[in-house]
Design a protein around this ligand. Structure first.
Ligand code: ZN
Ligand code: ZN
Length: 215
């Protein structure tokens, strides 16, 4: 467990106002700044929520027997680039999440029921409240990252880039290369820059063999 939660952290929420009477409900809205650098939500250079950009969070806190059930929605703006044509792209994201934060005594009771195996998977699924507070960051991060496209494309039928010259095919649907023509063009260009003597040498060398084969 990390250090105690800091109520000044915008992603730390306090449940004291909600109270512990089962059935009590509280709605909260908060806009936080997305983390940047190594903590960025997403994969930097592919698609991510830019650091310091706003993430709008709507939360519903419900008091239940063993803790507080948190249901929420986050809205954010993602930026990245198309995996096919590398053009920049933007997405408006909506991510839903739900997490149960347990009272410490409920967590202990659960731990006893789970037996002596303190490291069982069941224990990991319980997030305890600390001093009546919880940190939404891991929940929000998982929800936002899961809502990001794994292979973002500028449009579903993006044709990508030409594998020969890297031209953007969406700009030029007729674009194609004839492999033999391309080699001819390169060869002719090369020959044109050569003085007459060297040109003859070149023709007699291996490039000349290539030329004959292509004819
Ligand atoms: Zn594209
Ligand atoms: Zn091309």
């Amino acid at each position: 467990m990390n250090a105690r939660l800091d109520h000044r952290n915008p992603l730390v929420f306090d449940t004291h106002e909600l109270g512990r009477r089962p059935g009590a409900m509280q709605k909260l809205s908060r806009t936080v700044q997305a983390p940047g650098g190594d903590n960025v939500f997403g994969i930097a250079d592919v698609i991510a929520i830019p650091g310091d950009s706003p993430v709008e969070i709507d939360l519903r806190l419900e008091s239940v027997m063993d803790g507080v059930l948190v249901t929420g929605t986050a809205r954010a703006h993602a930026e990245g680039e198309c995996v096919r044509c590398l053009e920049p792209l933007e997405r408006e994201l909506t991510a839903d999440f739900q997490e149960m934060f347990s009272y410490p005594e409920a967590e202990e009771r659960h731990r006893r029921m789970a037996g002596t195996d303190a490291d069982s998977d069941e224990d990991e699924s319980i997030t305890p409240l600390e001093d009546g507070m919880f940190d939404l960051e891991p929940v929000l991060r998982d929800a936002v990252v899961l809502s990001l496209p794994m292979q973002p494309v500028c449009r579903e039928d993006c044709p990508g880039l030409c594998t020969v010259c890297g031209a953007r095919l969406a700009d030029d649907p007729e674009h194609h290369h004839d492999a033999v023509d391309a080699r001819w063009a390169a060869l002719q260009g090369l020959a044109g820059t050569m003085p007459a003597g060297e040109k003859d040498e070149l023709d007699g060398a291996e490039t000349g063999v290539d030329e004959k084969q292509e004819k």
